[in-house]
Write a protein that binds this ligand. Sequence first.
Ligand SMILES: Cc1ncc(COP(=O)(O)O)c(C=O)c1O
Length: 348
Amino acid sequence: MTVTFRRNIARMEGYVPGEQPQEPGFVKLNTNENPYPPSPKVRKAILAELGGSLRLYPDPGANGLRRQAALTYGFDPDRILAGNGSDDLLAMVARAFVGEGDALACPTPTYTLYDTLVRIQGGRVVGVPYPEDYSLPKALAAKKAPVTIVANPNSPSGTAVPVRELAALADAVRGVLVIDEAYADFADETSLPLARERGNVIVLRTFSKSFSLAGMRVGLAFAHPGIIEGLSKVKDSYNMSRLSIAAGTAALTDIAWMERNAARIRGTRQDLCAALPAAGFTPYPSQSNFVLARRNGGRSARPVYEALKARKILVRYFDTPRLADCLRITVGTGEEISALLSAMKAIR
Ligand SMILES: Cc1ncc(COP(=O)(O)O)c(C=O)c1O
């Protein structure tokens, strides 16, 4: 018997998610989770769903969640699609728009899952490096790709570009412009109005960060009804569980809870950025719930990452030429960030 994968699958590496430690006791500042719990309304809604209804399939259209999202964000429900996390929505975008040999353009470095999803399709990523200040690279539109993706705010840099520049990019690209707003609730601006105004813009949101629901897997796409209809054709039929539909719907009825936590995180982010230079690192200006910090003197940040890990503090290290002297640090609670800074100073 011979088992033969498609050539592109055999050749590619799978996506490597950030580490989820198997032992307890870590201060976990590596995957941009929220340090605060979700709204009590979410817990109540999940418990209410735990009865006999679990024997029934969930609503394939997640209509309750879409209707609530329409109210919360001021969109028509036919402009909204729900996903099993925004990763699921990104996979739908790749399936729907990227064929064999097709290009997806994005500024780099960015969320590496884009590359994995495009490779699964047999397509290729055309990366345009961000300038040193992480402003939007001018050459993106000229790539004429059927899909262009900008994470705004971007990961791993944490930086954001102005929405007016994304509006101009939407007019200049040949195909669709996906704006991945996983971190928008921590930023000063949102591109959501572009999903209402332009026929080629898809804005993605996740509940994993600001709503503290990484473990539930909930995401939303906002776009023209024609795009939503096309994406729906390639989604798994029951892509959202009953529990995630209930959790996402309840979270949207308590926006004040999310905003309070996002404001606390922004406050701690400011404290972290102010304190990093004394620990030998310079932060990039962050609009996210994490901070990319460069080690002074151009020295590799790996020894610091490893020494922190030995002290049971996990941050993210990327072993690539551009990021080798950087650490990406999730903004945790004030206490977690104090523990991190003391450890960083001790290591230095
Ligand atoms: C830019 C970006 N987009 C999407 C995601 C994935 O979000 P989700 O948990 O909704 O799949 C992440 C997660 O870290 C991210 O950094």
